[in-house]
Design a protein around this ligand. Structure first.
Ligand code: ADP
Ligand code: MG
Length: 326
């Protein structure tokens, strides 16, 4: 199974940031409200994710490391919805096949915690007693130690850190209900506290996208039929250099989509000349109205009613900009 897992790993695990993405998504799936990420050497030496989610029972611990062992499929109906979100039940097995991985966990109804790890060429899973509060810790040490070709593809620690940091920004902007921390080489470098008020969200926005943007941003809060658009966009009066704050989420997932970009750019067209505008926007719609897996790596989506969605975004932003412009 190790070879099959390593092949699968090629798809799931490209670099430390992709490992962290998979692990943090598992923490969020498990209902965690706090996720602490610890890395060493850009994640190539150590990736450690600690969460306060539901935990994994002793019986399920070993299973979690085997391929296609997902707890997230209950019926064939789910399969449809879940496939599109990329739940494949192979992230842990894949990561475990290309690193030294341990999974330590305790559920609320267990007195003890347990730790699982795969060992030997057959990757037989061992489960031993451990100490751990309710929740889980996944530790992946020496990423790609047994796949040298892939290890050589890793960039400098600094570059790998930047990928991780950028991914964390993305998730932190949309999951503002979660407390995230990031520690690199023993030092806490990011601390995004959970937010529940608008003021607190603006503080997080300031941490991630800069004080200037957070101070002058215009709030968007529109609802029309089954479409909802919320977030912040830059004021038409705000002069700023080209921004890297351009985040658009569809049902919680970041997208980089031509149709969306076009709608946003058009709305700003008469206000921001030259530079591109800053925005953090979340669109919510019926999941049946959108295919998210068109091209996972490119973050493309396909709206079933694309014209309608495009015009909705355009009009919502345009009217917000006009109101301020008056
Ligand atoms: P998937 O997320 O696609 O189900 P994974 O390989 O990522 O597959 O995880 C396998 C299973 O391990 C999950 O379905 C879940 O039951 C369990 N699991 C993994 N990480 C956690 C976590 N942090 N907290 C609770 N359960 C987890
Ligand atoms: Mg997963």
């Amino acid at each position: 199974p190790q070879l099959a897992n390593q092949i699968a790993a090629g798809e799931v695990v490209e670099r430390p940031a992709s490992v962290i993405k998979e692990l943090v998504e598992n923490s969020l799936d498990a209902g965690a409200t706090r996720v602490d990420i610890e890395i060493e050497k850009g994640g190539s030496k150590l990736i450690k994710i600690h969460d306060n989610g539901s935990g994994i029972s002793k019986e399920d611990l070993g299973l979690a490391l085997s391929r296609h062992a997902t707890s997230k499929l209950n019926s064939l109906d789910d399969l449809d919805a879940i496939l599109s979100f990329g739940f494949r039940g192979e992230a842990l097995a894949s990561i475990s096949s290309v690193s030294r991985l341990t999974l330590t966990s305790r559920t609320a109804d267990q007195v003890e915690a347990w730790q699982a790890y795969a060992e030997g060429s057959d990757m037989a899973v061992k489960v031993i007693p451990a100490a751990h509060p309710v929740g889980s810790t996944v530790e992946a040490v020496d990423l790609f130690f047994n796949t040298p070709a892939r290890r050589r593809f890793l960039k400098s620690d600094k570059t790998e850190f930047t990928h991780i940091d950028e991914w964390l920004k993305r998730i932190a902007l949309v999951r503002s209900d979660i407390h995230f921390t990031l520690k690199h080489n023993g030092k806490v470098v990011r601390n995004y506290r959970a937010t529940s008020t608008q003021d607190q969200y603006l503080q997080r926005l300031a941490q991630i996208s800069g004080k200037k943007f957070a101070e002058q941003a215009i709030e968007i809060n529109c609802q029309h039929d089954d479409l909802k658009l919320t977030g912040y966009i830059q004021s038409p009066f705000f002069e700023a250099p080209a921004s890297d704050t351009q985040y658009f989420y569809v049902n919680g997932r970041l997208v980089r989509d031509r149709l969306v970009n076009h709608a946003v750019r058009q709305a700003f067209a008469e206000h921001v000349t030259g530079e591109q505008a800053s925005y953090v926007l979340m669109l919510e719609l019926d999941p049946h109205q959108v295919d998210v897996n068109v091209h996972p790596a490119k973050h493309e989506v396909r709206f079933h009613q694309s014209r309608y969605v495009h015009d909705y975004i355009f009009q919502a932003l345009q009217s917000a900009l006009q109101q301020v412009g008056r």
